[in-house]
Design a protein around this ligand. Structure first.
Ligand code: SF4
Length: 788
């Protein structure tokens, strides 16, 4: 035992329980803040036959006439499907240990199922459940060899075995583990070690009250801590309290007292430190949930809305709403997690089989907790409730909000904190953003009548999120490659003007034959045909590309564009302004510094730009914070941004999602918070925060208007980039519908120009009297022989 362990042992021996619990709770708060997690699961008891005979167990029993030795694949799937329908994330396979070594019935049943061992059948069923339902398997099959662990690693996101105890005397005659070879501590420790060798996110813990002493509990916890120190793979320590069950050899044994339970939970926290997940099952101590929180837990384990706890059938799971209320009453927030904990899911390449990573990404949010909703940007689904006001204390959030009200800039960690808020804290962030919006932008909701013209979808770049672009050789993928004739571009601009537009927003792929001359020619053609329309065009990438092809400095090329009629630049191609993310998401695109340099040059010439963020794919809140801080710094320097436009990632057709490399876009909470936190972090430098109706949907846009947004963006007329990504919210939101959306929110509305002036009355009248659009002509891709 190390000196520190001896000192901890002395503290645990001598300090009053209240002091031990307080120390543990403080330590938990350092690592987990206000969050208490749980996993929404179904419990699949694959077999209740077991070669062990533990004296307290009612789960396992010998073969029974008329009862199949194993659940059939159909029975397994029926349970899993019920779980998926009830919104579960986890399929927990708990089963007896190697029953085929004890019972002929088990061997015969496995023969019929076509498997040589229970572990082999388990692997097949885990794979089936994942494939058919998307539930993430967690497996608890008992003692395993390294090969068995490796087999199961390919089909499960986490594995587990309770160490229970390191006291060998519990295996002696008369002890609870007598006759149970798999309960020998050395065998279980070796399984846990092997799991570490195979990089398996692993769940373990101790069972208290089966005859061990407090010193023996501490020894078991220290043994686990030492294994974790070597391999880093233990994701959770369960402190399970023995329950005396009628009909068992230990039916008359006294259960551990509440104090003993709390002491052990606190000891586990103090042994493992702030970061470890310490769990106590809520159904085994339903009368002292708040005390368990006070003793340092941060997790309730798996809770099922569908299946009973087959190991403790006398102890029903709490309803999740009741568990949430109890958690809130203890001053904490209940958060759903996956069976693989966030720290392990974030490091998927190290901890998960590559075949499982897409399913995990699909099921997680930006913090790697569970995604609990079907909604995603671009899908025509009802929006979830934003944030239930759970009554959780939010001192840290309130302190940050108080700081920003003084006009002070927030630090990176403070912005990350705001992005990670949930429940009551998230509601307060949105309310603060709404107040700041009223201060700097007033009550009026604005929008612009415009038309998007995406002149080509041919692109030589390989942005992994982009469903719009077509390589020259991939015309068959996601529709045909096109390259609009100049006449068609002009026709669309004229039609936009006739329909009341004050702006054309023009961007396209980086066609390998386009040069700076092409962009100049497009600008001149539109400006000549429709002199009064505002040309909002060319992403910083296109500007950089155009300048490079002409051998000009960016500043000189921007001057030429302005002389040709350019009014302002869209601040697209920003994605996430952090090279760590760009290296994976869009490795051949311009870098963060290059994007900032182009925009700085534009602002220096008096050319205003918007600013955007594309979020909800493979980045984390830390990257959002860095992005906002970079925009804030540039705005403080130049004042050139007109607005900030959050663009939630639409996953459906995005290559990076289809290849399993991205999440399903932001959750609704994240999407709304992006508007709110941007409002706060950019306050008061950027006065306009826009919400994208084409990605958020109308109800989502309305929620953003209540959380700091003041602008609905453009009517678009011909949106095609989000449509290519799979959004179902349409291509145009005409003025009357824009105004209905704002009015439904109880806010006045104003049509604006690109630069936020009032449009002439004739423009507004034309926009409300617009005819239907004529069909568009999409000129097929062709090579350009000369600069156009
Ligand atoms: S995002 Fe733009 S640059 Fe990237 S592939 Fe798509 S069209 Fe090309």
């Amino acid at each position: 035992m190390q000196d520190g362990d001896r000192a901890l042992g002395a503290f645990l021996d001598q300090a009053p329980l209240a002091a031990v619990m307080a120390a543990a709770a403080r330590m938990r708060d350092l690592g987990h803040g206000t969050r208490i997690s749980y996993s929404r699961k179904v419990f699949i008891p694959l077999t209740r036959l077991c070669r062990d005979v533990c004296a307290y167990c009612t789960f396992a029993h010998p073969p029974r006439d008329g009862e199949p030795a194993f659940l059939s694949p159909d029975a397994v799937l029926a349970i899993a499907r019920a779980g998926a329908a009830a919104g579960c994330n986890e399929a927990l396979f708990t089963l007896g240990d190697k029953p085929e070594l004890r019972y002929r019935a088990a061997r015969d049943a496995l023969d019929c199922l076509g498997h040589a061992s229970t572990i082999g059948y388990l692997a097949a069923m885990a794979e089936l459940v994942l494939k058919e339902t998307g539930l993430l398997p967690h497996v608890n099959p008992g003692v395993m060899t390294g090969d068995e662990i490796a087999l199961l690693r390919a089909v499960s996101v986490s594995q587990g075995i309770m160490l229970e105890s390191t006291a060998e005397r519990l295996c002696a005659p008369g002890g609870p583990h007598h006759g149970s070879p798999d309960k020998h501590p050395a065998a279980r420790l070796e399984t846990i070690r092997q799991a570490g060798m195979h990089a398996v996110p692993f769940t373990t813990g101790i069972l208290i009250g089966i005859g061990e002493t407090r010193a023996e509990r501490l020894a078991a916890l220290l043994a686990l801590r030492d294994l974790h120190a070597r391999h880093g793979h233990i994701q959770e320590i369960i402190v399970q309290n023995f329950r005396a069950k009628p009909g068992t050899r230990m039916a008359a044994t006294r259960e551990p007292t509440r104090e003993d339970h709390l002491w052990t939970v606190a000891a586990a926290r103090l042994v493992f430190g702030p970061g470890m997940n310490i769990q106590a099952p809520p159904n085994l101590a339903p009368n002292h949930l708040a005390l368990l929180v006070g003793a340092g837990i941060n997790d309730w384990g798996g809770v099922s809305p569908v299946t009973p706890d087959h190991v403790n059938p006398e102890a029903p799971w709490p309803a999740i709403a009741a568990l949430e209320a109890a958690t809130n009453a203890a001053g904490k927030e209940l958060v759903a997690r996956l069976p693989v904990y966030p720290a392990f899911a974030r490091e998927a390449a190290r901890w998960l089989d590559p075949g499982l990573v897409p399913a995990v990404r699909c099921a997680m949010d930006s913090d790697a907790y569970a995604r609990c909703e079907a909604w995603a940007p671009g899908l025509a689904l009802p929006v979830p409730g934003l944030a239930r006001r759970t009554g959780v204390a939010t001192t840290a959030t309130d302190d940050i909000l108080a700081k920003v009200e003084t006009g002070a800039a927030l630090a990176e960690a403070e912005i990350v904190h705001l992005f990670e808020t949930r429940g009551e804290a998230a509601a307060r962030v949105c309310a603060a953003a709404d107040r700041m919006r009223a201060d700097v932008a007033g009550e009026t909701v604005t929008y612009v009548v415009n038309r998007n013209i995406n002149y080509t979808n041919v692109c030589g770049y390989r942005c992994r999120f982009c469903a719009f672009s077509k390589g020259r050789g991939h015309a068959h993928l996601r529709g045909a490659a096109y390259d609009l004739d100049r006449d068609e571009i002009v026709r669309r601009a004229r039609e936009a003007w006739a329909r009341g537009a004050t702006e054309v927003c023009m961007q396209g792929g980086i066609h390998p034959d386009y040069t700076g001359r092409t962009y100049l020619a497009i600008t001149e053609a539109v400006k000549t045909a429709v002199p009064d329309i505002h040309i909002h065009a060319f992403s910083p990438l296109e500007v950089m590309q155009g300048a490079r092809t002409l051998g000009l400095p960016v500043r000189d090329f921007l001057r030429e564009l302005r002389a040709a009629g350019l009014g302002s630049l869209p601040g697209t191609a920003a994605e996430i302004l952090d090279d760590e993310v760009r290296a994976v998401l869009c490795p051949d695109k311009l870098s963060t510094e290059e994007w900032l340099a182009v925009v700085r040059a534009a602002h220096g010439l008096g050319i205003r730009t918007t600013a955007t963020i594309l979020y909800g794919h493979l980045e984390a809140p830390l990257h959002w914070a860095r992005h906002l801080l970079r925009l804030r710094a540039l705005q403080a320097e130049t004042g050139g941004f007109t607005e900030f436009v959050p663009l939630p990632f639409v996953h459906m057709e995005a290559p990076v999602y289809l290849k399993g490399g991205a999440r399903r876009g932001p959750t609704f909470r994240e999407a709304v918070l992006m508007h709110a936190v941007a409002r706060i972090a950019l306050h008061p430098l950027i006065a306009s925060i826009q919400t994208s109706w084409v990605k958020m949907g109308r109800d989502g846009a309305a929620a953003a208007l209540a959380a700091g947004a003041n602008d609905l963006g453009g009517t678009l007329m011909n949106e095609s980039i989000s449509r290519a990504a799979g959004t179902a919210h349409g291509q145009e939101l005409p003025p009357a519908e824009m105004e209905r959306l704002a009015a439904a929110h109880g806010r006045p509305v104003r049509q604006r120009t690109t630069l936020y002036a009032d449009p002439p009355a004739a423009r507004r009248a034309a926009s409300f009297a617009a005819d239907a659009l004529d069909p568009v002509i999409e000129t097929p891709f062709r090579r350009h022989v000369a600069a156009r």
